[in-house]
Design a protein around this ligand. Structure first.
Ligand SMILES: Cc1cc2nc3c(=O)[nH]c(=O)nc-3n(C[C@H](O)[C@H](O)[C@H](O)COP(=O)(O)OP(=O)(O)OC[C@H]3O[C@@H](n4cnc5c(N)ncnc54)[C@H](O)[C@@H]3O)c2cc1C
Length: 286
């Protein structure tokens, strides 16, 4: 993907339409890209940035640096792009200061994104840990929009504590639309009457034939690794276990070498891999 002047490192401008504090150091941004910007949708809905769930943008403020951030909105739903950004360090702290009507800069979309076709005609099991719900939200909405092509949809979502559960309104809406949701927290408070413990401890609540279902996972490394192994032990074939891998990235376009793992760049070949690919390429895990 190129910038508006064909310089691959040149970001394009977007205006922040909404900047909402989601609590627990996460801020939600709804941004409108300002033309000229690449790449436009080929689907006839002119002016839309074309991206798929699981892809990411390099998001920046001049002088502060860039951070890879996944899209959390869903292609085809709207003209804007949504991000949810956790404040962890230098760049994300600057991004958190931005408010409605401010300018934000983007490069992308980058990465391969989720292969939603892999789950067609199958039950779909989404498994999210913490901020990992951000890219999965994009895919959950996409699959929900095309639900006739899929079987039952499950979401197993774990957070550190009840206040760190993100997208509570979406969870209610998904539940109403028939998605079977299991929430769990590591540490409960007085308000919490639900499940506790790690997500893998609640896989029994997902009533599916794991051999034929397809799973999309996103979360911390340790959670991904345990979840993949647990799904394998329940008979899910490696090619039906799909995850995103976190890596430190600088350029996002396979030039700087920052995210080189095993035999390839995670920014361009990933960040989404099947368990089969992970084992073959040894980018991560066992
Ligand atoms: C493909 C991809 C998509 C991502 N999507 C999102 C998203 O949607 N929302 C979101 O909040 N974050 C996302 N991240 C993580 C985000 O990019 C980092 O948190 C951000 O770059 C940190 O920048 P910083 O300058 O604020 O922090 P720094 O000052 O660079 O680091 C602060 C702390 O965060 C740790 N850290 C930084 N980058 C990473 C990383 N990639 N993986 C693990 N630990 C890291 C550092 O070790 C350090 O402890 C994504 C990362 C990748 C690779």
């Amino acid at each position: 993907m190129t910038g508006s002047n064909n310089n691959i490192y040149m970001p394009f401008k977007a205006v922040i339409e909404e900047a909402i504090d989601m609590g627990c150091n996460v801020k939600f941004f709804k941004v409108i890209p300002i033309p000229p910007h690449p790449p436009l949708s080929k689907g006839g809905r002119g002016g839309f940035i074309d991206y798929i769930p699981g892809q990411f943008f390099m998001v920046s403020q001049w002088g502060a640096g860039e951070a890879p951030i996944s899209v959390t909105s869903t292609r085809g739903l709207q003209r804007h792009i949504e991000f949810a950004i956790k404040k962890v360090g230098a760049v994300t702290t600057v991004l958190h200061k931005l408010k409605k009507s401010d300018t934000i800069w983007l490069r992308g979309p980058y990465g391969n994104g989720f292969n939603a076709d892999a789950a067609k005609k199958r039950d779909v099991v989404f498994i999210a840990g913490g901020i990992g719900i951000v890219p999965l939200r994009s895919l959950i909405n996409f699959i929900q929009m095309h639900k006739k092509q899929y079987g039952k949809i499950f979401l197993l979502y774990g957070a550190k504590n009840p206040s760190e559960i993100l997208f509570k309104e979406d969870l209610k809406a998904w539940n109403k639309k028939g998605i079977e949701i299991t929430l769990t927290v590591d540490v409960k408070d007085e308000s919490w009457k639900g499940n506790t413990g790690v997500v893998t401890g609640h896989l029994d609540r997902v009533k599916t034939d794991f051999k034929n279902a397809c799973s999309y996972i996103c979360g911390p490394d340790i959670m991904i690794e345990k979840t993949m192994k647990e799904l394998t032990s329940r008979g899910m074939p490696d090619r039906q276990i799909i995850t995103t891998l976190e890596a430190r990235m600088k350029c996002g376009i396979g030039k700087c070498g920052q995210c080189y793992h095993g035999i390839e760049y995670i920014c361009t070949n990933g960040p989404v891999y099947t368990y089969e690919e992970i084992k073959k390429r040894r980018v991560y895990g066992p």
